[in-house]
Every structure is written in structure tokens, then in C-alpha cells.
Write a protein that binds this ligand. Structure first.
Ligand code: ATP
Ligand code: MG
Length: 580
């Protein structure tokens, strides 16, 4: 291999398969060398982490190849859609750091699609069917057996035209009539067996009001919208593979022999994100919200982008995660631990280190002068050589973690136990002298003596001591509520588990969810103490509570009642639990 070839092939390797396709198309001069993509959410819920994978692909490809990615709301189903969702989707895309070229709506094309449907009826390529959806389904046949033609299939064009007008004028009840494309009831591709392309919906549309009563189906709207807009690469997930021939056929029909050059959108599919212990799909998330199983779309236990944001995930950590998992053409179940490790990696570089005690017990330094207060220096982020510092007050009475003291400790316990020295972070080395207990034997105070020559920065501070503990000063700290989150589901693959439960018990999605939900996914600690520095911390501040984990102030937090969310613990405890 020549040197040139070696470089070329290693570059090829690092491209994902969609990038390889785009580069090939560009080389071949398809679409005049243009790259245009779109992100096409249906505004029927909030975006989730699966959408982030699609967003990074759609916007990423356009950015990389000097093209544009438009945002197109796929709003063809007025019963489920709402402007609230439109707004949240825009906010979430921008939070991920992307900006669309144009904001489009499938509903912008209702007139064009209507005209196209009329043309198809006139050309004998579509007809109004008056059968029920059950009858139509029963005639579909199976992949190995041809379907049965509808008795309405060969009705006169004039009749179909007239009925189609009536469908849209509100004269036909929902479910009584549909418009079907006349393709091939014996096709091995089930999507070609005279697919339904229009149905009646009487709910007003969030943008077009009651102008329309006949609405195009997804398959009749998506490819044509791509074509109208000049999309070149229509990227979607694998479940649309069987739809692709129909996508291409409708694009052929709508092009009407125009544009004989190669200008046309093409659909490419990649694998959906499926994550362990996470249930995606807006339909499912809507049930959780509506039934009150969580506290809204942005509940920090939700896999929505607003949920992750509220929980303290950075957009960069989501990008890191998407880079790690990549894009393939087969379904997989990714480990949630991978997402968490991306978050830790990113927050390690970003988070301000602070002290917080979540399960406090009082430590009294019996030889420290009463009333004395020292201001200790704490580095905001030791990962950053130019990090700023802040001060934390130190005094005779401190809060430490209950788990950091043991009266009768085993050998390898390097924390506080009588006779043993530990370092108090950013302060002194102290030696434990004992504790006081209540009648039930619970430790209520721990005692120690500090060594005044060991303040951080002094020569004797380097004395070898095995444990370092965090603390806050009792008279100089703030009380806070801390919310600890655990996985929302008890089962590793909630998507498949839900399907299995529903099949076995013939029950609703909600009932299946109730069986799978983890009743202990939220643990609220009311009596925590944090250093004063956090008095004016705000949501989206990235914090590390030293030795505990990453945290962020919740939107419920006020100066009088601080509330923090745990983003992720410092170490991966989940995979340890699941390995047991
Ligand atoms: P949901 O089932 O969650 O409602 P959807 O596919 O109906 O998802 P849309 O709003 O229709 O959601 O999809 C917008 C885009 O996001 C589509 O291109 C879709 O393929 C993609 N998408 C949806 N879920 C995932 C996922 N889990 N992983 C990757 N891409 C996804
Ligand atoms: Mg959908």
C-alpha cells in the first residue's frame, strides 16, 4: 500500500457509514454537490436522549459537509400535537448546541400534498375506500400471501374526487373513509399493498386550525416534504427500512418526470438508541407524565433532554456519549454506564469542587479555640492549572459524614476512628479521641484534636496520613435538601420487558409500567449541609460535592431552601450492583 492509500483508508475507517455514503454521493456529484438534511420531530412530546443521537447525526452531517440542516415539525396528527412541544423541541436542540437553517412544518405543505393527491386520483393512482380499518387490515394478506383488492379499488375517478372533497369538508365521519394509493395488493413489500395516504381527523390542528379535515399519513407526507424542501440525505432510524421503496415511489410520482437529473432526496437508516434501564419513546414518556409516575417531562429521572439538563448533565457529555456509541445498521442495547462515564469525564473537567455533608454527625475539635474562625483556601477545580480559588470557613465545630466515623473500625478503615489521624481537606490533620452516644448507642458527637502545624501549605502538612475527609463548619454552612436519583426501572431492558408483560398479561402499557417501576428511584435527604459558597449557586451550575458525586442546583432551589440534584455519583456503583 502506498503511503497515500494508507492515510486514505485510515480516514475512511474513522468515518461512520453515513459519512461514507455522503462522501461518495459528493464525489459522484449527486444533487449538484449539495448536502441538505432535516431533523423531523413530531411535536407530540419532549425530546429524549434517542433524539439526541438523531440530532447529532442530522446536524453533524450538514455541518461537516458545508450543508444546511432544517428543523421540520412532522405535524400531520393534530390529536397528539401541541405548541408546548414545538417550543420545548427548539429549546432542547439549541441546548445541544445546534442551530437549524429554516423552521418548517409538514403542515406548510398540506395544500401541495392535497393537490398531489388529487392528481393521483385523476391519474388512477389513488381511490377512496369506504371500508373500515379492520376490513382493510384483514385484506392485507401476509408477506407470503397476496392481499385482496378492495371492492372500491376500481371505482370511477369522479366518485373518488367527490368523496375526497367531502372527506376534507367535514361531511365524512372519522374512520368512515380513507384515500388509498393504488399500487399492488400482491407486492412482497406490505407497504405497497395500497397504503392509506389520507384519513379524516376532526380535531383542530395547532397551526392550521380547522382548514383541513383530511390529513396525509406519514408515508405520504415525509418523502414529499423532503423533496419540496430540497433535502438530499433523509436520515432516519432502522424501522423505516421497509418504508424506503414507498418513499422512493412517491418521490418518483411527485417529481412527475421533472428533474430527470439526479436531484432527489434519498433515505438512509441507522440504529435507534436503546439504553439499559431506560425506556424511550414519547408515547411511553407521555404515560409516565400523565399518570403522575414522575413529576413532569423534566423530572430528573426522565430520559428527556430537559430531564437530563435539570439533573445536571452538560450538553457536551451527551455529545461525548453519542460519539462513543457511534452509528450502525443493527439494533443494540447500550449500557447506561457508558452514558454515565461520559458525564463523569466531562464534568470532571468542568465542575466546581465544593464541600457538602449529606449525612451529618458533629465533629468537635476540643483543642481548637472557641470563637476562632479561619478562612481556608479551596481550589475550584484541581484539573485546571489556572483554576480560581474560593474560601471556606473553618472552626471548632464541624459537620462530617456519619460514614466517616467508626468507633471500632477494621484495619483498613482509613477514616476517623479513635487514635487515628486523618486530614481535613484544605485544613488540618486531626486525631480522633472518641465520641459521645445517646441512650440507644447512636453516635451524636465525635471528638478530635487538631495539630496547628499541619495547616494546608505548612511543611508539616505533608505528614503521611491515609484518609482525607470533607467537612463544613457548623456555624458557617447552609442547610440544603439533596435529591438522590436511582434508576427508574427495575429491569435492564424496559422496552422488551414491557412488551413481554403486556403480551403475557394482556394488560395496558400503564399496568406493565407499574410492574417494572423502581419504587425507590428518588431519595430525598432533608438535613444536608453545604458550604456558604453555594448560597447563590443557580440551576445548571456544575458542581462536584467532593468525595460524593456531581450535583447541580434544582430549579426548585431558593435562597431560603437550597435544593440540589445528584447528577451522577463519583464512581460507577450501578454496574457493580448489576454484576451481583
Ligand atoms: P418516539 O417513538 O420516541 O416518539 P419517534 O421516532 O416517533 O420517537 P419522532 O419525533 O417522530 O420520534 O422522530 C424524530 C427523529 O428522531 C426521527 O428521525 C427518529 O428516527 C429519531 N429518533 C427517535 N427515537 C430515536 C432513538 N431512540 N434513537 C435514535 N433516533 C431516534
Ligand atoms: Mg413518532
Amino acid at each position: 500500500m502506498t503511503e497515500m492509500n494508507a492515510t486514505e483508508s485510515s480516514e475512511k475507517k474513522s468515518l461512520n457509514f453515513i459519512e461514507q455514503i455522503v462522501e461518495k454521493d459528493l464525489k459522484e456529484g449527486k444533487n449538484g454537490g449539495r448536502v441538505q438534511t432535516r431533523f423531523p420531530p413530531e411535536p407530540n412530546g419532549y425530546l429524549h436522549i434517542g433524539h439526541a443521537k438523531a440530532i447529532c447525526m442530522d446536524f453533524g452531517i450538514a455541518k461537516k459537509y458545508g450543508g444546511v440542516c432544517n428543523l421540520r415539525f412532522d405535524d400531520t396528527n393534530p390529536t397528539k400535537e401541541d405548541v408546548e412541544y414545538v417550543e420545548s423541541i427548539k429549546e432542547d436542540i439549541q441546548w445541544l448546541g445546534f442551530q437549524w437553517g429554516n423552521e418548517y412544518y409538514a403542515s406548510d405543505y398540506f395544500q401541495q400534498l392535497w393537490d398531489f393527491a388529487i392528481r393521483l386520483i385523476k391519474e388512477g393512482k389513488a381511490y377512496v375506500d369506504e371500508q373500515t380499518s379492520e376490513e382493510i387490515a384483514a385484506q392485507k394478506g401476509t408477506p407470503t400471501q397476496p392481499g385482496t383488492e378492495s371492492p372500491y379499488r376500481n371505482r370511477p375517478v369522479e366518485e373518488s374526487l367527490d368523496l375526497f372533497q367531502k372527506m376534507n369538508a367535514g361531511e365524512i365521519e372519522e374512520g368512515k373513509m380513507v384515500l388509498r394509493a393504488k399500487i399492488d395488493m400482491a407486492s412482497p413489500n406490505m407497504h405497497f399493498r395500497d397504503p392509506i395516504i389520507y384519513r379524516v381527523v376532526k380535531t383542530p390542528h395547532h397551526r392550521t386550525g380547522d382548514t383541513w379535515k383530511a390529513y396525509p399519513m406519514y408515508d405520504f407526507a415525509h418523502g414529499q416534504s423532503d423533496y419540496f424542501e430540497g433535502v438530499t440525505h433523509s436520515l432516519c432510524t432502522l424501522e423505516f427500512v421497509p418504508h424506503r421503496p414507498l418513499y422512493d415511489l412517491f418521490v418518483d410520482w411527485v417529481k412527475e418526470g421533472k428533474d430527470l437529473d439526479d436531484n432527489r432526496p434519498r433515505q438512509y437508516e441507522f440504529n435507534k438508541l436503546n439504553l439499559s434501564y431506560i425506556l424511550l419513546s414519547k408515547r411511553n414518556l407521555l404515560i409516565l407524565v400523565k399518570e403522575g409516575l414522575v413529576n413532569g417531562w423534566d423530572d430528573p429521572r426522565m430520559p428527556t433532554l430537559c430531564g437530563f439538563r435539570r439533573r445536571g448533565y452538560s450538553p457536551e457529555s451527551i455529545h461525548k456519549f453519542v460519539d462513543k456509541i457511534g452509528y450502525t445498521t443493527y439494533d443494540a442495547l447500550n449500557d447506561f454506564a457508558l452514558l454515565e462515564s461520559a458525564v463523569r469525564e466531562d464534568l470532571n473537567a468542568r465542575a466546581t469542587r465544593v464541600s457538602a455533608v449529606l449525612n451529618p454527625v458533629k465533629l468537635i475539635l476540643t483543642n481548637y479555640p472557641e470563637g476562632q474562625v479561619e478562612e481556608m483556601e479551596a481550589v475550584n477545580n484541581p484539573e485546571d492549572p489556572n483554576s480560581p480559588v474560593h474560601t471556606i470557613e473553618f472552626s471548632r465545630e464541624l459537620w462530617i459524614e456519619r460514614e466517616d466515623f467508626m468507633e471500632n473500625a477494621p484495619k483498613k478503615y482509613f477514616r476517623m476512628t479513635p487514635g487515628q489521624e486523618v486530614r481535613l481537606k484544605n485544613a488540618y490533620i486531626v486525631k480522633c479521641t472518641g465520641c459521645k452516644k445517646d441512650e440507644d448507642g447512636n453516635v451524636i458527637e465525635v471528638y478530635a484534636e487538631y495539630d496547628p502545624h499541619t495547616k494546608s501549605g505548612m511543611p508539616e502538612a505533608n505528614r503521611k496520613v491515609k484518609g482525607t475527609l470533607h467537612w463544613v463548619s457548623c456555624n458557617h454552612c447552609l442547610k440544603a435538601e439533596v435529591r438522590l436519583y436511582d434508576r427508574l426501572w427495575k429491569v435492564e431492558n424496559p422496552r422488551d420487558a414491557m412488551a413481554a408483560i403486556r403480551e403475557e398479561k394482556n394488560c395496558s402499557a400503564l399496568e406493565a409500567m407499574k410492574e417494572m417501576i423502581n419504587p425507590d428511584s428518588l431519595n430525598i435527604l432533608q438535613e444536608c449541609y453545604v458550604e456558604k459558597f453555594l448560597a447563590d449557586s443557580k440551576p445548571l451550575d456544575y458542581l462536584q460535592f467532593q468525595r460524593i458525586g456531581y450535583f447541580t442546583p434544582d430549579k426548585d432551589s431558593t435562597p431560603d431552601h437550597l435544593v440540589f440534584n445528584r447528577t451522577v455519583s463519583l464512581k460507577d456503583t450501578w454496574s457493580k450492583i448489576s454484576r451481583k
